[in-house]
Design a protein around this ligand. Structure first.
Ligand code: 8X3
Length: 247
């Protein structure tokens, strides 16, 4: 029987999710590392003395299995799984990619949160959702992702209202430019040159670890303190389009 608080991190196989799982492990959490790539989360779970569950957040069966693995009580849910697919203008929207983005970023968050909510209420837990500055401002080529992340923000705000009399905290973390393993590469379908260009000349984008430490901080505030939304950008990014690049 564990005496450590228990956290679930979705999308824990890489990037912000993996860094968050590690950071929470260091902070004393027993972390349930959930992701589609089981081999990766198994290795991570071993490293941090946590648990691994294969979970595609768009699969009802996988979400049910994750919920069963968690049991009756949960201290922290980090809805991190998500991502951007494509960078085309609305006029050329890849509708399949838009549907996938809505499915994983929005419905995935709703499905996992809904399923784990009874355990979170029992555990007087905290829900952290990985949003994005794309949930606050639009940018050219971002349409499908921008729309999905705006929807994530709306879901978080709705949830917080609905849980106002429950002992559950609800927080959205909205990072700007993070040089995380995979994000840009996924967006550009494996095109390394395009992925690299996103960060070209930027003195210092955020790292996954920077965001992970914020998740841990949010989750370890006293129970009456709710960080509603935390926006974080690198110093070199004053606004979505205002990025300082040196050549
Ligand atoms: C990532 C931030 O600017 O690529 O969520 O949309 S951005």
């Amino acid at each position: 029987m564990t005496t450590r608080p228990v956290a679930v991190v979705t999308g824990a196989s890489s990037g912000i999710g993996a860094a968050t799982a590690r950071d929470l492990g260091r902070a004393g959490f027993e972390v349930v590392c959930a992701a589609r790539r089981l081999d990766r989360v198994e290795a991570l779970a071993k490293e941090i003395d946590g648990r691994a569950v294969r979970c595609d957040v768009t699969s009802a069966e996988d979400v049910a299995a994750l919920t069963a693995a968690v049991g009756d009580r949960l201290d922290l849910l980090v809805n991190n799984a998500g991502g951007a697919f494509g960078f085309e203008p609305v006029a050329e929207a890849d509708l399949g990619a838009w549907r996938r983005m809505y499915e994983v970023n929005v419905i995935g968050v709703a499905a996992v949160t809904k399923s784990l909510l009874p355990a979170l209420v029992a555990g007087r837990g905290t829900i952290v959702v990985m949003g994005s500055t794309a949930g606050q401002v639009a940018y050219e080529g971002g349409g499908g992702y921008v729309a999905a992340k705006h929807a994530v923000k709306a879901v978080v705000d709705t949830l917080r209202l609905e849980l106002f009399d429950q002992p559950v905290r609800v927080c959205e973390i909205a990072p700007g430019m993070v040089r995380s393993e995979g994000f840009a590469l996924t967006r550009f379908d494996g095109d390394e040159a395009k992925a690299e260009a996103v960060y070209a000349g930027v003195a210092e984008p955020l790292t996954s670890q920077d965001v992970a430490e914020i998740v841990t901080w949010v989750a370890t505030r006293p129970p009456h303190v709710n960080i509603d939304r935390l926006t974080v950008r690198p110093r070199a990014q004053a606004a979505q389009h205002k990025v300082h690049r040196v050549q």
